[in-house]
Design a protein around this ligand. Structure first.
Ligand SMILES: *Cc1c(COP(=O)(O)O)cnc(C)c1O
Length: 385
């Protein structure tokens, strides 16, 4: 089976993890801040907080921005459930903005309309979580302008988009947002096994997130309510979690970062190859604006079902049977049973629902060979007819 995604682990990666195992610190030690600094240097962000998953990073990003009970958070329905769950963890209410029909990112037009209505009803969101779907950046300058007009904060869920660029800025620079979040799950562009990071340019936000990462405990006398009782003394000043990353994970991250640009350029080459090989088939690919550089985490196609006799499911199953590990990213979140219980329904976000009936994720990872790619396309051609 050719998988849809696969990590790339080098001998240097292995050595750097083993070196940590032989050192003093296993969990958060000197390598975590080193990894954070490398990601800051790469993205241009001033501060970073490494945590144990992308989901944890989203959670503490929401909390740092003050998301709480009865606040509203909006995101896209076509993303991993964690993008929306993070708001629910804080007791907030979630709502969605439908996707654009060609970029498959959150539609800026739909967002603009929904904000206008929300202003009338006094139901504006506190935070908007945008997702750079497949690694392709959202229209951040437009979204940022809307945030200024309507007064909401922005989290970029860049779990697909490390190594991507929007206009002149690297994703993670937070030029158009308050916080950007990355995931280092093995299917993502670089991996730490499990792991994630939140980056920001705002000192207050990073301080809040650092506290939340580790139980809300501080050892910094400046943050304490009283003089330390002694050298053992620490204070819990907020309710935090144990979301720490280990030094073993950070060491893998540090080593992987040296190949990030190579990984993304290989993904870009594979994507361009797919674009070319697929041009004669009755399918559509994501519209990747020439103004940005996609991280190409996923290569998703949409079947032009009106031009194909077989059903979406038949084609998907046929690909799997023939050894192609296709996948589907994602079922619209509002159709998940848990979200339906919250009051969402079929018909709420028609573009997302239409997408779900046509989308198939093709294999995409740096070590995918030309031969394997040709096999994917040949199998797709056979499965369509
Ligand atoms: C992977 C992913 C997450 C969650 O990251 P984890 O590290 O698995 O917790 C969140 N959002 C998106 C868009 C993702 O792809």
């Amino acid at each position: 089976m050719i998988p849809y995604g696969h990590q790339n682990i080098s001998d240097e990666d292995i050595k750097s993890v083993v070196d940590v195992l032989k050192s003093e610190y296993l969990t958060q030690g000197p390598i975590v801040p080193k990894f954070e600094k490398i990601v800051c240097d790469y993205t241009g962000a001033n501060f970073a907080v490494a945590v144990n998953s992308g989901t944890s990073a989203l959670h503490i990003a929401c909390l740092a921005l003050g998301v709480g009970k009865n606040d509203l958070v909006w995101t896209t329905p076509i993303t991993f459930v964690a993008s929306a769950n993070s708001a629910l963890y804080c007791g907030a209410k979630i709502d969605f903005v439908d996707i654009d029909t060609v970029t498959w990112n959150m539609s800026t037009d739909a967002l603009s309309k929904k904000l206008k209505d929300a202003k009338k009803n006094e139901s504006l969101p506190k935070v908007l979580i945008v997702v750079h779907f497949c690694g392709t950046p959202c229209d951040m300058s437009e979204i940022h302008a809307l945030s200024q007009e309507y007064g909401f904060k922005i989290i970029e869920d860049a779990c697909h988009a490390i190594g991507a660029k929007y206009l002149d800025s690297t994703i993670g620079a937070c030029q158009y947002s308050d916080i950007t979040v990355f995931s280092f799950h093995p299917v993502k562009t670089i991996t730490t096994g499990e792991g994630g990071m939140a980056v920001t340019n705002d000192k207050l936000l990073v301080e809040k997130m650092e506290l939340l990462r580790s139980h809300g405990i501080t050892r910094n006398p400046d943050e304490m309510t009283q003089e330390p009782d002694g050298p053992w003394y620490y204070e819990q000043i907020s309710l935090g979690f144990n979301y720490r990353m280990t030094d073993m994970q950070a060491a893998l991250g540090v080593s992987q970062m040296t190949r990030l640009d190579e990984f993304v350029s290989k993904r870009q080459m594979i994507a361009n190859n797919y674009d070319r090989l697929l041009s004669d088939l009755p399918i559509k690919s994501q519209n990747r604006s020439t103004e940005s550089y996609s991280g190409m985490h996923l290569y998703v196609i949409r079947l032009s079902t009106d031009k194909i006799k077989k059903t979406h499911k038949e084609i998907f199953l046929s690909m799997r049977e023939k050894g192609i590990g296709v996948n589907l990213h994602y079922m619209p979140i509002h159709l998940q049973p848990y979200y339906k219980k919250l009051g969402f329904n079929h018909g709420d976000f028609p573009n997302a629902e239409a997408y779900y009936l046509e989308a198939i994720t093709l294999p995409m990872f740096p070590d995918l060979t030309k031969g394997e790619q040709e096999k994917v396309i040949k199998t797709l051609g056979e499965s369509l007819s």
